[in-house]
Each structure stands twice: as C-alpha cells, then as structure tokens.
Design a protein around this ligand. Structure first.
Ligand SMILES: O=C(O)c1ccccc1N[C@@H]1O[C@H](COP(=O)(O)O)[C@@H](O)[C@H]1O
Length: 214
C-alpha cells in the first residue's frame, strides 16, 4: 500500500477508468449530478463499475441527493462510498449512512478557517471529511472546478474524523499540498483533465505517479 492513496474522480469512459486502476488509484469516483460535465447515467455507471477490481473502491459523488437517487445510483454503480458534496447537514449524512450501510464522506467547502468550525459536528454522522475549495457564490458546481484553498488552514487543525484533501490538485502541486497538510488521501478531478469533463490518461498516470513517490 503506498503512503499516499488517491481517488480519481469524475470518470466517465472505460479508457480513463482503466488508466486510474492501472495507475494504482485506491478509489474511483462517479458523479451523479446532472449539472456536472462528468455526470454519468445509471447504465453508464453500471458498465464502468464492472471494470473496477474489488480492491479499488467506487465512490459516488452527490449534491443534496434524495433517497431515490441514492438507491438507484448505489444499485447501478455498486458503490462503496457515498460522497456528499452539497449542503447536507450532519443529520442528513447520518441518515444516508444508516439507510445505505455505506461509507459516507462529507465535503466541507473551505475558504477561511471559519469554514472548518463545523467539522466536528459530523463526528458519528460521516466516516470521512473531504476538504475542498469553496466555489464562488452562484457557480453551477459546488466542486470539480479546479479551485484550491489555502492549504495552510489545515496546519495544526485537530481533525475530528478521517479526512482527505481535494480542490485544484494536479501532478505538479500534489507534493506541496501533502507536505503542507499531511494528507494521506488525495482526490482529483479537473487536474487530470484536458477540458472540463474530459479526462486525460497521461495526466491520470502522472498524478498517480506523483502521489506514489511521496
Ligand atoms: O467533479 C464534479 O463535477 C463535481 C460536481 C459536483 C460536486 C463535486 C464534484 N467534484 C468533486 O470536487 C472536488 C474537487 O475537484 P477538482 O479536482 O478541484 O476539480 C473533488 O472531490 C471531486 O470529487
């Protein structure tokens, strides 16, 4: 097991999914959010999921999902992890975890230290926090925009839960990001794309190689 593990998110083609698996990703992510350029239909998710070996965990990314969407996506994608990337309160995260029986990650949208204040409220409700950059007011997406936050905000922070780092990571900056934050699990989407929603097999390989060397 490498020291730093990586999730490659927003995969939607067999070639790029295979590149993530071959490169050593610990997790792959499928986005179930129609406004995203990475959104996958259930049939597409099912076909992609079949290609994923058991040692690679499948995460579904959701934004304030209802139970019907979660149920359908879990069934189609054989999901191991539910990533809640909207404004889900701790009570909703706990309900999703209880109902699905899946590992739940809750994204925290970070711009200032104040955005970390609510982290502890997810203790017992989620399994992992995912620190991501806060996107601009009015943006279509609450994540997946290649934006980073000030990683120094996590220095000395007492993490209430297991956690991962995302937001604007790429092969060139992941070493600095891990060095500053101490992250053991990193999550990338835009940084391994040639255009929004278009994953690049060479960038996926470069990112995974960079994390494996840390
Ligand atoms: O990737 C998306 O399209 C997306 C849509 C809605 C919510 C979250 C989304 N992606 C997540 O955003 C972060 C950061 O991505 P990036 O590397 O900065 O592009 C990552 O956790 C994705 O899972």
């Amino acid at each position: 097991m490498p020291r730093i593990t990586a999730k490659i998110c927003g995969l939607s083609t067999p070639e790029t999914l295979d590149a993530a698996v071959a490169g050593g990703a610990s997790h792959i992510g499928l986005v179930f959010f129609p406004k995203s350029p990475r959104h996958v239909q259930f049939g597409q998710a099912a076909a992609l999921a079949q290609r994923v070996p058991a040692h690679v965990l499948k995460a579904g990314v959701f934004v304030d999902p209802d139970d019907a969407l979660l149920d359908a996506a879990i069934a189609a994608g054989g999901l191991d992890v539910i990533q809640l990337h909207g404004k889900e309160a701790p009570e909703r995260a706990a309900a999703v975890k209880a109902r699905s029986g899946k590992e739940v990650w809750k994204a925290l949208h970070v711009r200032t230290s104040l955005d970390l204040a609510g982290a502890g409220s997810y203790r017992g409700a989620a399994d992992r926090l995912l620190y991501d950059a806060k996107t601009p007011e009015g943006a279509d997406l609450p994540g997946g925009m290649g934006l980073r936050f000030d990683w120094r905000l996590l220095q000395g922070f007492s993490h209430p839960l297991a956690w991962a780092l995302s937001g604007g990571l790429d092969a060139a900056n992941v070493g600095e990001a891990v060095g500053i934050t101490g992250a053991a699990l990193v999550d990338v989407s835009s940084g391994v794309e040639s255009a929004p929603g278009i994953k690049d097999v060479d960038k996926i390989a470069a990112f995974l190689k960079a994390t494996a060397q840390l």
